[in-house]
Design a protein around this ligand. Structure first.
Ligand code: PFF
Length: 454
């Protein structure tokens, strides 16, 4: 281990095992599970999408999380410094560049949607103006997102909270908080799942989510499922490598990776069980896109007793879940600026905030004044999401896995992946992970790119 590393010097380690899990699960669980998963599944054939998604989580997701952990903990550096220390020249170090780019772009559109949670929190107090009809909720969503100042205020408010938390170094406080919030989110989701099971469209909704029609699996669906895997697991852009640079030597990497992937997938499935029965009951199109859950959720809340209260609680939790995710994505560029440009944390946060705010403003306005500007048929908001999830993160994942599988000294890999106190024999699952990193992951990602993008 590297005792003169920046992390060791600033004593930035996660202190407890629970702290590590809270941070990684906090990063993974967010809008990706509750906002993005349902609409991607809705757009891509429901159960067929879920099926491919779960395959990718196991075959690619868990191994690449492990690879990022190994890179981060064995060097204890930011993403660019880590590749340098491991003597990874071009093209192996590409994920440093794609990761940094992704971390800015993702913040741009993610904070817009996180801003929506703030607005919907505000709307919860008023009980959505007493509106329960989906057609009117549809108009209400448009009226909000198409009013530039409203969506700007919400986005900027979210960014302010995010950067305040980071600049004050109170990340640890947030993680402690999320130790309580995350389980609460799961409990609330469970309650809403049960509620959804009693809706008239329950059967249709569940069969949409769980009985796959394999003829729906097209290259485009596979590309989207792969993008969702990377997005939802926060993997492929150096976020988890950066977090692992703060792990201590006792953290069991494979177990942490598996717990993260399993919890994240459970939350996504629960979100699906909550949303799709409601979608079919209220006559909403599953293909409604990014607006989907923001129309479905109020419809649910308005039809249950104490709806405003539930709604408030739900959007507070969703806001917190978004915050623990943005804190992690911002850390990629923040730790890079601190270590490579030798700036203080406060200054690094300011640089970061300036870049991200510009991108976020453009994304927020792409629902209103900038909606006419399209690149490859997509608004800036959609383009950022597409580039990050379907291109930059999988591309980063491909190089990370190939590097760790083929180039990294096997000794380093074994030592990092073998839990402390384990006997000299290498556990079997390590060979499986190495196999996936060498063959399955890079080949799969490459093929999906070739077929999905053509
Ligand atoms: N995994 C987060 C979510 O599902 O909302 C999104 C995310 C966080 C992506 C952090 C990338 C990242 F680095």
């Amino acid at each position: 281990m590297n005792n003169d590393s920046p992390q060791a010097a600033s004593n930035q380690f996660f202190k407890t095992r629970l702290g590590v899990i809270a941070a990684t699960v906090g990063s993974a669980v967010g809008l990706g599970n509750i906002w993005r998963f349902p609409y991607e599944a809705g757009n891509n054939g429901g159960a067929a999408f879920l099926f491919v998604y779960i395959f990718f989580v196991v075959a690619i997701g868990i191994p690449v999380i492990c690879a990022e952990f190994v890179i981060g903990r064995s060097t204890r550096r930011n993403i660019a410094g880590a590749f340098r220390e491991l003597h990874a020249g071009f093209p192996w170090n590409l994920p440093a560049g794609t990761g940094l780019l992704a971390s800015f772009l993702i913040m741009g559109f993610y904070s817009v949607v996180a801003g929506w949670t703030i607005y919907y929190l505000y709307e919860s107090f008023s009980g959505f103006g007493g509106i329960a009809e989906t057609a009117q909720l549809h108009e209400r969503f448009d009226a909000f997102t198409q009013t530039p100042w409203k969506s700007l205020v919400c986005t900027l408010l979210f960014l302010l909270v995010n950067f305040l938390v980071i600049s004050r170094g109170i990340r640890n406080g947030i993680e402690k908080f999320s130790n309580i919030m995350m389980p609460l989110l799961v409990v609330i989701l469970l309650a809403f799942c049960i509620n959804s099971l009693f809706l008239p469209g329950a059967k249709e909704g569940l069969s949409f989510l769980f009985s796959p029609d394999f003829s729906k699996i097209t290259p485009g669906v596979v590309l989207s499922a792969m993008g969702q895997t990377f997005f939802s697991l926060s993997v492929g852009m150096g976020t988890l490598a950066t977090y692992a640079s703060y792990f201590n030597d006792r953290t069991a990497l494979v177990r942490t990776a598996s717990v993260t992937a399993v919890s994240d997938t459970i939350v996504a499935i629960l979100a699906g069980i909550m949303i799709f029965p409601a979608v079919f009951s209220f006559g909403i199109q599953p293909e409604a896109g990014p607006r989907l859950v923001f129309e479905v959720l109020p419809s649910i809340f308005m039809k249950i007793p104490l709806g405003a209260l539930w709604s408030t609680l739900f959007f507070i939790l969703l806001f917190m879940a978004s915050l623990t995710s943005t804190i992690s994505m911002t850390e990629v560029s923040t730790s890079y600026i601190i270590q490579e440009w030798k700036l203080s944390r406060k200054k690094a946060v300011v640089v970061n905030a300036i870049i991200v705010t510009v991108l976020a403003v453009i994304c927020a306005l792409s629902f209103s004044v900038l909606s006419g500007i399209k690149i490859a048929g997509m608004t800036f908001f959609n383009l950022s999401d597409f580039l990050v999830s379907n291109i930059l993160m999988p591309l980063g994942g491909m190089f990370i896995s190939a590097f760790v599988g083929w180039r990294l000294e096997r000794r380093v890999l074994r030592r990092q992946l073998t839990p402390e106190g384990h006997s000299a024999r290498t556990p079997r699952y390590i060979s499986l992970i190495v196999f996936s990193l060498k063959y399955v992951t890079p080949v799969c990602i490459f093929l999906v790119f070739i077929f999905g993008l053509l």
